[in-house]
Design a binder for this molecule. Structure first.
Ligand code: PHE
Ligand code: ZN
Length: 881
């Protein structure tokens, strides 16, 4: 484990390496505890570098066995080798030489799941960001591109399958029951994209022919017996390959594309060239074991990793500060893909919800950082929703500002100009400037300034001149390390709505820049004036969520209700409804905290009913509207002095009122929706199930009975309906017989399948109130549970700490205390996982004083520990700062 060295890395310090490694040959002799890696590097000193410059290679926890230069064993004083560094002096005058390095590593004891490790007896690698240096000494940085040839040798019985990047070149049997395979990847790549997989796995195969006629063999490797559960992933893969050709003109570039599912994985998946390695959660699905959300997740992650082949692999990052260059762009691409595969509006609303739930709090708390950070202590802690999701929003804004044609022209130029490069954000922005002739220098602040801008908006309508004026003032609060902020270029897509939601087209616009339906806000405060508006309009602002900002506007409750009923843009329509509900939910949370009862007007109840029963709207949209903002949504809206128990009270009061008012019609709709054919994981089917399952919750509240949920649980022919029913039982009927009965039935049926049982862990970890902590402790002793496995750990500890507002944030601090102890245990095994889980405490300062003090104490207890990993040290210190 890397403990903290206190070292901080800075973007300004970037310097190219003194040496290049045009070719890398790796020879693996696999063994569970003693794998031998021989690496043969063709090295060249860069022109202009002093001939006495030493070669310094990165290592991490390495044991050097042998080292040769141009075939001769290196003398002891020609090099210095430590576990994390190899320095060689006295290199050949001409600067070109071959270095052979042999290391020995232990994949079995590797529990941090980076470098070479074993997952259920399968050898696999994870090298992003800095895992390659745990395999061999190397210039382990993304700008060091090399052509790889890999030979793998292993026990035939243990590992009949031997995979690496690129195309297969050779294979054969050896003596002693061993065999080998050779792979060659013609595309120069950084070490973080290297991968190796060896083991005994089942496979499904298929083929894809690219637009230019290249034949590609596709393989998805999974545990034996699970092959049928990989079929949906294969289908998603082929759709992704076609989509990238159709929408971005990008073709695949090797003869094979392999995906391997492993059960121990720190992240979602990894885009290694030609050999993607996946968390099995994002591969395996069938109707009986996967929910609609799982299917959508698989489709998105398969697409994401595939799209990286161009945005990430062929064009990679110059250094890790540029992470968003590949991640933000690739998230944008997978969002667009899913939007094209499903309902665009529903997909967009889901993205907005995700952004607000994860990225906005990050931006508002102690871990806030720019989309492109300028400094870090531990890069692993920057795979954040700011880099990924906000990074994607920034790309989307470029498209909104330039329009679809110029955006595509810019992307084409990016691929043309930078194919084969390790590029920067400046390179990326420049292609759009060159393609469009626009100046994007102010826009580029989106990459540099952390925090979520707020737009304060005022309106003025002048009947006499038929002029409507919008004044917008942008503001951005200080974030760690950034005290003063500059005004940004913010695209605000808009429409002015007249009676019944008809769009009023202005005759002309004056003041700040307006192009078509986009207001370009560029000053701190700007006025936009629209003439030829016959009646006082209701403005629909930030359509499609055109910028990741918050709004404070003068819109009245009547205006918001008008938008919720009439806005032609579903995103702003949903947004208006949410804003109305949030106002009520936050004011009630304050009342409940002050010991007063919640109050609810009929108007909100009526509005929700209208949407619920409006059959002209698609079911998925109705389901989104009927899902009352979550407890953490309400907490975020409140921003300070948070009392989760009061929030739960406020939320339940609204749900009860709506449920009671509409029980009859809800029941009717619930039954009607049941009459659908057999399960199909498509958007339409998912929408119907989503609506029916929100209604199940309302009805269970209205009927004060677990009967309906228990029946749905028993009769469900798919996991979406089964898991939703189980959720209602646990949330609403706690420790009742009906709940326990369902939990037991679930365990009896799926108890052999850890991935499915994760749902069972999650649902119990989320049980509201003080009982959850004991439940979590008890479940940690379950035979399937293990802190060694990231999916199990996230299911139980992650769901409890980031998903259970009342259970985790207990007023007595017991939740935090337990969590801090658990984080320290996890940190000893898997620092990345520990650090990521710990971010659940980033909003600790927003709680009411009693909880805040307990949280601070638990964080301080972690910080006091000696021997913390660099990962946890970084998070805990920034969180407390
Ligand atoms: N690069 C991966 C992705 O976004 C994520 C990842 C990062 C996986 C680091 C493993 C380690 O697709
Ligand atoms: Zn990615």
């Amino acid at each position: 484990m890397r403990t903290d060295t206190g070292q901080v890395f800075h973007l300004e310090d970037y310097k190219p390496t003194d040496f290049l490694i045009p070719e890398t040959h790796l020879d693996f002799s696999l063994h569970p505890e003693r794998t031998v890696v021989k690496s043969t590097l063709q090295i060249e000193r860069r022109a202009g570098v002093a001939s006495d410059a030493p070669l310094i290679l990165d290592g991490d926890d390495l044991k050097l066995v042998d080292i040769r230069l141009d075939g001769a064993v290196l003398g002891d004083n020609a090099y210095i080798a430590t576990p994390d560094r190899l320095e060689i002096r006295g290199l050949p005058e001409n600067g070109a030489f071959t270095l052979e390095i042999t290391t020995e590593i232990n994949p079995t004891t590797n529990r941090q799941l980076t470098g070479l490790y074993r997952s259920s007896d399968v050898y696999c690698t994870q090298c992003e960001a800095e895992g390659f240096r745990r395999i061999t000494y190397f210039l382990d940085r993304p700008d060091m591109l090399s052509v790889y040839t890999v030979r793998i040798e292993a026990e035939r019985n243990e590992a009949p399958l031997l995979l690496s990047n690129g195309n297969p070149k050779d294979k054969g049997k050896l003596t002693n029951g061993r065999h080998f395979a050779v792979w060659h990847d013609p595309h120069p790549k950084p070490a973080y994209l290297f991968a190796l997989v060896a083991g005994d796995l089942g496979v499904i195969t298929d083929t894809f022919t690219t637009a230019s006629g290249r034949h590609v063999d596709l393989g998805i490797y999974v545990e034996h017996g699970k092959e049928p559960r990989a079929l949906y992933a294969m289908d998603a893969l082929k759709r992704s390959m076609k989509w990238d050709e159709d929408v971005f003109g990008r073709e695949y570039d090797l003869d094979v594309f392999n995906v391997v599912a492993v059960s121990d994985f720190n992240m979602g998946a990894m885009e290694n060239k030609g050999l993607n390695v996946f968390n099995d959660k994002y591969v395996l699905a069938d109707p009986d074991t996967a929910t609609d959300t799982d299917y959508a997740g698989i489709e998105a992650v398969i697409a994401h990793e595939y799209f990286h082949n161009w945005t990430g692999n062929r064009i990679t990052c110059r250094d890790w500060f540029q992470l968003c260059l590949k991640e933000g762009l690739t998230v944008y691409r997978d969002h667009e893909f899913s939007a094209d595969m499903r309902s665009r509006a529903v997909k967009r609303i889901a993205e907005v919800k995700g952004l607000k739930a994860h990225q906005f709090p990050e931006d508002a708390g102690p871990l806030a950082h720019p989309v492109r950070p300028r400094q870090f202590r531990e890069i692993n802690n920057f795979y954040t929703s700011t880099v990924y999701e906000k990074g994607s929003e920034v790309v989307r804004m470029i498209r909104t500002i330039l329009g679809p044609e110029l955006f595509r022209k810019g992307m084409d130029l990016y691929f043309e100009r930078h194919d084969g490069d390790a590029a920067t954000i400046e390179d990326f922005i420049k292609v759009f400037e060159d393609a469009s002739g626009e100046d994007l220098s102010q826009f580029a602040l989106w990459y540099d300034q952390a925090g979520t801008p707020n737009l304060a908006i005022t309106y003025d309508y002048d009947q006499a001149t038929k002029t409507f004026e919008i004044e917008i003032e942008q503001s951005l609060k200080p974030t760690p390390g950034q005290t003063s902020k500059k005004p940004m270029h913010i695209p605000v897509q808009f429409a002015l709505l007249g009676a019944k939601g008809r769009e009023l087209k202005p005759r002309s616009a004056k003041g700040g820049l307006v192009k078509d339906d986009v207001i370009h806000l560029r000053k701190r405060k700007e006025r936009f004036s629209f003439s030829g508006i016959p009646e006082r309009p209701v403005p629909s602002l930030l359509r499609g969520f055109s910028a990741p900002v918050t709004l404070t506007s003068e819109l009245t409750r009547t205006d918001l209700a008008f938008l919720a009923r009439n806005d032609g843009d579903e995103v702003t329509r949903w947004q208006a409804l949410t804003q109305l509900l949030n106002a009520k939910l936050t004011s009630n949370a304050k009342r409940v905290r002050g010991g007063k009862p919640a109050t609810i007007e009929n108007s909100s109840i009526k509005l929700l009913g209208e949407i619920a029963f409006n059959v002209t709207l698609d079911e998925a949209f109705r389901a989104l509207c009927l899902s009352i903002p979550s407890e953490s949504d309400i907490a975020r809206e409140l921003g300070a002095n948070i009392d989760p128990d009061a929030i739960l009270g406020s939320r339940d009061a609204l749900i009860s009122a709506v449920a009671e008012a509409h029980a009859g019609k809800f029941a009717q709709t619930y039954s009607e929706l049941a009459r659908v054919g057999s399960f199909k994981p498509d958007a339409a089917g998912a929408g119907r199930r989503a609506l029916r399952n929100v209604l199940l919750d309302y009805l269970s509240v209205a009927e004060s009975s677990s009967k309906r949920a228990a029946t749905q649980f028993k009769n469900a022919d798919n996991m979406t309906d089964r898991a939703a029913a189980l959720g209602v039982l646990v949330q609403r009927f706690g420790d009742s017989d009906a709940t326990n009965h369902a939990l037991q039935a679930f365990e009896a049926r799926f108890g052999n399948d850890p991935l499915v049982m994760d749902k069972w862990f999650v649902v119990q970890a989320m049980q509201p109130g003080n009982g959850a902590l004991d439940k979590v402790r008890e479940l940690m002793t379950h035979k399937l549970f293990s802190l060694d496995n990231p999916n199990r750990t996230r299911a139980l500890i992650g769901a409890f700490s980031s998903g259970n507002q009342t259970g985790f944030n207990r007023a007595d601090g017991a939740g935090y205390k337990f969590f801090a102890e658990t984080i320290l245990t996890i940190d000893k095994k898997n620092p990345q996982l520990a650090a990521r889980l710990l971010t659940a405490m980033r909003s600790w300062r927003s709680f009411e004083p009693v909880r805040r003090e307990h949280a601070r104490e638990s964080l301080a207890n972690i910080a006091r520990e000696t021997g913390l990993s660099a990962d946890v040290r970084d998070i805990v210190e920034r969180t407390l700062a």
